[in-house]
Design a protein around this ligand. Structure first.
Ligand code: GLN
Length: 287
């Protein structure tokens, strides 16, 4: 009897049921990811033998994760990982969990990447944008700097850079404060906090309670960091350099206007997979 209870198939089913009862979104998927995290068993191995036995310790560990997920702790905080651009990144409660939407920004930046470029990632968080840019489709002489106000976030970014053997230079400071005057970049990318403060309480529980508030909160109108980054960027961007910003789906017009007034040209908006405006970018031509 005991052995039957410890069969992986029964454990997984029970995990699904507990998460479903707690109304966790994508309950079955999360039940699976937690099982994989605890046992290291692949889906193929699972389906080949759903009756295989699990050690009692593994079962206890699994249900303790399931319980935490029922309390809406994000899956990624339990597994400690999130994939971005096909690469695994460490995450914890000090960084924004990388989003699929942000891949639109990373893809555009990869397209614009040229040999010898110096890239700045402002508000780097986990470092996911900068590290993917440096790691994927490598080109000669590319270098990158990531800035963030949070020393705890930068610890995560450093670990991610080490994991992917990428030589990024991370600096702590409030926006451009960490950069010496006269430092110039060929490309600046940023996914800054852009949710209007009053909208934060209505976000999904996992985001509202568990993503760092400083990674989300774009102050009153959500545009605070765009103003500061766009206006600050002109002291750090080279002539013909690119500035790429992730935006909220209703911010394209406001952010494009700011870019234009700051001396950026050829401003374009890119949509995400849901068809919503997600990235605004332009080339600096202010001299
Ligand atoms: N650059 C990181 C990301 O896109 C963090 C962004 C943030 O903290 N607002 O995931």
């Amino acid at each position: 009897m005991k052995q039957r209870i410890l069969q992986i198939g029964a454990i997984y089913k029970e995990g699904c049921e507990r998460l479903e009862e707690a109304n966790v979104p994508d309950a079955r998927l999360d039940a699976w990811y937690l099982l994989e995290h605890v046992t290291g068993i692949s889906k193929a191995a699972y389906y080949a033998d759903p009756e295989r036995g699990l050690a009692e310790g593994e079962v206890q560990e699994y249900f303790s994760y399931v319980q935490k997920r029922c309390r809406r702790i994000p899956l990624q905080h339990l597994t400690g990982e999130q994939e971005f651009m096909g690469l695994p990144f460490y995450v914890n409660e000090h960084v924004l969990i990388p989003r699929q939407d942000t891949e639109v920004l990373a893809e555009k930046a990869l397209e614009l990447k040229r040999p010898g470029m110096r890239v700045l990632d402002m508000c780097t968080g986990s470092g996911c944008i900068l590290i993917s840019l440096l790691k994927l489709r490598p080109l000669k002489g590319i270098s990158g700097v990531g800035c963030d106000i949070s020393p705890e976030a930068l610890c995560v970014a450093e670990k991610n850079a080490g994991r992917h053997c990428v030589g990024a230079d991370f600096r702590q400071g409030n926006l451009f404060e960490a950069l010496p005057e006269g430092d110039r970049f060929d490309m600046i990318v940023s996914n800054p906090p852009y949710i209007p403060s009053s909208d934060i309480d209505s976000l999904q529980e996992e985001v509202r309670a568990c993503d760092p508030r400083i990674a989300l909160d774009g102050k009153e109108d959500g545009l605070y960091f765009y103003k500061r980054i766009i206006n600050g960027s002109i002291r750090y961007i080279r002539q013909d350099g690119w500035l790429l910003l992730e935006i909220g789906c209703e911010q394209a017009e406001a952010v494009s206007g700011m870019l234009e007034r700051a001396g950026y040209t050829g401003i374009k908006v890119k949509k995400d997979l849901a068809g919503l405006d997600r990235v605004v970018y332009g080339m600096y031509n202010g001299e």
